[in-house]
Write a protein that binds this ligand. Structure first.
Ligand SMILES: Cc1cc2nc3c(=O)[nH]c(=O)nc-3n(C[C@H](O)[C@H](O)[C@H](O)COP(=O)(O)O)c2cc1C
Length: 157
């Protein structure tokens, strides 16, 4: 079937961090978008096949970590391995930083991280929209973003 969603590409790639029962994880996501300005809220569409979906639901929080061009290899690793059988912080070489408003890890190499408290999940076809309220923004550096154009064709903007 034609991938109609591709009409909206390129989409910005982020890394979603999560934690439940002492298990920390990272996954790549390009379906992440603002939902509300006040209060600031974001949505991320997660397939229930993703281990991250279980962790976000259980842990009731997630981190949105923007991806800079120098994080490409790590982002690809996190988007092609599952936390079910891989420890992705050590596997990707990314550095864990504790969130301060949520009990979720963040990524130190990321130019900007957003700590989100899960407020709802809404089933939307083959994905679930995880709705998060942003409680804290961590800005570390200025950097370009990485955008998914098609599969592993990613561009810097
Ligand atoms: C660039 C890129 C973007 C992705 N975007 C999403 C997304 O928005 N939603 C989703 O459910 N999976 C997305 N994925 C797939 C997950 O990142 C991938 O299945 C990952 O292995 C899931 O890890 P987990 O099982 O540890 O949660 C994307 C993968 C890549 C490489």
């Amino acid at each position: 079937m034609e991938k109609i969603y591709r009409l909206l590409y390129p989409m910005r790639i982020v890394l979603i961090t999560s934690r439940a029962k002492e298990k920390d994880n990272i996954m790549a996501a390009s379906w992440c978008y603002p939902l509300s300005a006040e209060p600031p809220m974001f949505g991320v569409s997660l397939s229930d096949k993703r281990f991250s979906y279980n962790l976000v639901k259980e842990g009731k929080c997630f981190g949105i970590n923007l991806v800079a061009p120098d994080m490409k290899k790590a982002a690809l690793f996190c988007g092609t391995h599952s936390g079910r059988d891989t420890e992705k912080f050590s596997g990707s070489g990314l550095t864990k930083e504790e969130g301060s408003r949520i009990k979720c890890p963040l990524i130190k190499e990321s130019p900007v991280s957003i700590e989100c408290k899960l407020v709802d999940t809404v089933e939307a076809g083959d994905h679930f929209i995880c709705i998060g309220q942003a409680l804290r923004i961590v800005k570390r550096r200025d950097a370009k973003g990485l955008y998914q154009k098609e599969g592993t064709e990613w561009i810097e903007i």
